[in-house]
Ligand binder design. Sequence first.
Ligand SMILES: Cc1cc2nc3c(=O)[nH]c(=O)nc-3n(C[C@H](O)[C@H](O)[C@H](O)COP(=O)(O)O)c2cc1C
Length: 206
Amino acid sequence: MDHEPHAQPLRRNDLDPDPLRQFHAWYAAARTAGASRPDALALATATPDARPSVRFVLLKEANEQGFLFYSGYASRKGVELQANPQAALCFYWHELGRQVRVEGVVSRLPQVDSDAYFAARPYGAQLSAAASHQSEVVSRRRELETAVEELRSSHGEGPVPRPERWGGFVLAPDEYEFWQHRDDRLHDRFRYRRAGEAWTIERLAP
Ligand SMILES: Cc1cc2nc3c(=O)[nH]c(=O)nc-3n(C[C@H](O)[C@H](O)[C@H](O)COP(=O)(O)O)c2cc1C
């Protein structure tokens, strides 16, 4: 890895006892440091017979419920999460030499939340989500463009209803890890594991 000029030591005393607050401190720092896509996270899912898959999605919010993102319910990830809700996600902020890992169980957001978020999206994005059956095979791009055009002419400029196959997910964390790059690869790592209402924090070897 390239040298990170801004890498700072991560000490036990620097850590917030609440990993969500710790996440928000680092997320804010990543924005301040000019990370180009601080909200991009790699989301790993797995089939019930343990074949993993991973892709990026965008974080919409991290709150007491968990880490929220939006996607297709019938997509590969959606189908895998339906059969096996265990998932892991990972952020990397190069400017600060930091990685955050989060693990837990994923569920769907209530439909009203997905409706509200969908309604607030740009019209073009609404049309694309409604026209595209995410992760299905398409014979050619023209097929997608035609589907968008047909929707556009049937809806005019009116609101596009949220397709039932598209909506929000939330990963409720039971484990976090905060990783800080240090010189000579003697990095700092701290893991939080849920212990009832509180969290147990342990330093891990890099
Ligand atoms: C930076 C980035 C952000 C993305 N954000 C999303 C997202 O928020 N939701 C989504 O469904 N796909 C998003 N994608 C596309 C996914 O990576 C992926 O191609 C898609 O969700 C289908 O994945 P699946 O077939 O594994 O379900 C994003 C891709 C990139 C590179």
